[in-house]
Ligand binder design. Structure first.
Ligand SMILES: Cc1cc2nc3c(=O)[nH]c(=O)nc-3n(C[C@H](O)[C@H](O)[C@H](O)COP(=O)(O)OP(=O)(O)OC[C@H]3O[C@@H](n4cnc5c(N)ncnc54)[C@H](O)[C@@H]3O)c2cc1C
Length: 472
């Protein structure tokens, strides 16, 4: 599985035929636009590919992949750079951010989405027809990248994972061939792409949309001192939640930054977060469980148009160094809650010297519902029976802090001990951990099948995907 590296000063002159095939779209480290094009949303992803191809359409992708095939070069793909992937140094990076094809079919309730389209663009157009895609906590991520990892959003318990809504995908496999992947054509590839990430460069996908225009959604903020009581009560609430309700419990240390609202800045909260996609009165009634218990410090659960879905999680949009780590939990017992609280809300609040806390937020989302009604063999995404997914987000501002956070997360894992299932959700991991834990993202059977399909479509393992699925 040896491939050539192309860190070669004479590369440009060697690649003249390739450059002439894609005028103005091929960039080398010496080019002025190179740095801007290799930029990622996640600043931990500091990549230095040998060549960047700024693809505008399917044909550009075919040419770039074919060139890599002829030259036996590795390839990587980036839409927004939200994920800290493996090293792409020495590879051809195909930047898909200009592949903005987007067609909504309101009658069929479907959308065709190009590789560079972000969820926000799909959401805004779909909402004009009273329809919604199964986007996640932020509309700023790429629709295709999110879907390739599974895709769990605020409508997940009602309509399932985003992979369950994919009708077909177009993908350029490593030999430079454009293939249609659907239940009828290349069905093995279609199965693998729904959760297995890269088996080629996906140029576009067709997905189902759902009739959701108004939801009852938001957050209840309680003082962090109430965290144990809120977790206990959340466990009860979650035990008989209807499928219309997708919800989570979150611990957040809001950093003392100018962009954070003063009422939150420098303070820690425990939040009950959710989205009810049914009749507004029923959503309001569900919330009585909390409102008749204790008055929250802030209550912004309300009826909202679904195109305000970003207001539920309020994820940051500006590029930042973000580290995600988590695992499926076997329960949300007192012990589990206690460990999550202890490691997220340090007794002294923020770290000494007023620096940011080791963990910015810890969230436990309730899964189940429509996610678990699909058989585990239907798609490569196969961890469907677990109910609670934990993930923590940290912002390592420097390598020393990064090492400190890794250590802290390891200690948290040790404290969670028997309450971890050993199974992970790939979209909630980053970087080395994501690659190392790839087998845990699937059932054993699914992982073996993924490796077989990888052997067929990428036998030399030239695609540097975020996931580490090696050919056999
Ligand atoms: C703030 C934040 C919130 C998030 N919220 C959620 C959430 O609610 N639910 C959820 O499920 N996930 C969530 N995620 C995870 C997110 O879905 C993944 O990070 C996803 O990979 C981002 O895709 P991207 O294209 O934007 O990123 P990129 O970094 O551009 O791509 C990530 C990877 O996807 C693959 N890829 C992307 N495009 C293609 C393509 N055209 N062909 C082949 N491979 C491709 C590549 O392996 C690439 O390395 C969140 C991430 C962040 C940072």
């Amino acid at each position: 599985m040896e491939y050539r590296s192309i860190q070669d000063p004479t590369l440009y002159s060697k690649s003249t035929t390739f450059v002439s095939q894609l005028p103005g779209k091929v960039f080398f480290p010496s080019d002025r636009s190179y740095d801007a094009l290799r930029q990622s949303w996640n600043l931990l992803n500091d990549k230095h590919p040998a060549i960047i191809v700024l693809a505008e359409n399917q044909l550009d992708v075919i040419k770039a992949v074919s060139y890599a095939h002829q030259q036996n070069l590795p390839i990587a793909v980036q839409a927004t750079g939200h994920r800290g992937a493996g090293s792409v140094d020495g590879a051809i990076l195909i930047n898909t951010s200009r592949m903005k094809e987007l067609r909504i079919d309101p009658q069929a309730q479907t959308a065709w989405i190009g590789a560079g389209v972000k969820w926000g663009e799909v959401l805004q157009q779909a909402q004009q027809h009273g329809l919604a895609p199964l986007l996640g906590s932020t509309s700023d991520v790429g629709a295709v990248g999110y879907t390739l990892g599974g895709g769990m959003g605020w409508l997940a318990r009602k309509y399932g994972m985003c992979v369950d809504s994919v009708l077909r995908m177009d993908v350029v496999t490593l030999d430079g061939t454009l293939r249609h992947a659907s239940p009828e054509e290349n069905s093995d590839l279609f199965w693998a792409l729904r959760g297995g990430d890269g088996f080629g460069v996906v140029t576009g996908m067709e997905i189902c949309l759902y009739p959701v225009s108004q939801v009852y959604a938001g957050n209840l903020f309680y003082p962090s001192q109430m965290a144990k009581d809120v977790f206990r009560r959340f466990r009860q609430w979650a035990s008989d939640a209807p499928d219309e309700l997708t919800c989570s419990v979150v611990l957040i240390n809001y950093p003392p930054l100018p962009q954070v609202p003063p009422m939150l800045s420098g303070k820690s909260f425990v939040q009950v977060r959710g989205c009810y996609a049914g009749a507004i009165e029923d959503g309001e009634k569900l919330l009585e469980y909390w409102r008749t218990w204790q008055t929250p410090a802030i209550d912004d659960f309300k009826a909202r148009p679904f195109n305000e879905a970003d207001a539920i999680s309020m994820d940051p949009v500006e590029p930042m160094p973000a580290l995600l780590s988590g695992e499926w939990l076997s329960d949300l017992s007192e012990e589990t809650a206690e460990a999550l609280i202890r490691f997220t809300l340090p007794p002294g609040g923020l770290l000494p010297q007023g620096g940011p806390p080791a963990i910015l937020s810890t969230e436990v989302r309730l899964a189940g519902g429509a996610i678990s009604r699909i058989g585990p063999d239907t798609t490569a995404y196969s961890n469907r029976s677990e109910k609670f997914i934990w993930y923590s987000v940290a912002v390592p501002l420097n390598p020393q802090m990064g090492a400190q956070i890794e250590q802290h997360l390891q200690e948290l894992r040790a404290a969670l001990g028997a309450h971890l299932t050993g199974k992970v959700y790939m979209n909630f991991l980053e970087g080395d951990e994501l690659r190392r834990r790839t087998p845990d993202g699937y059932s054993e059977k699914a992982f073996q099948r993924l490796r077989q399909i990888k052997t067929k479509y990428d036998p030399d393992y030239r695609l540097i995907s975020s996931f580490d699925i090696q050919p056999m």
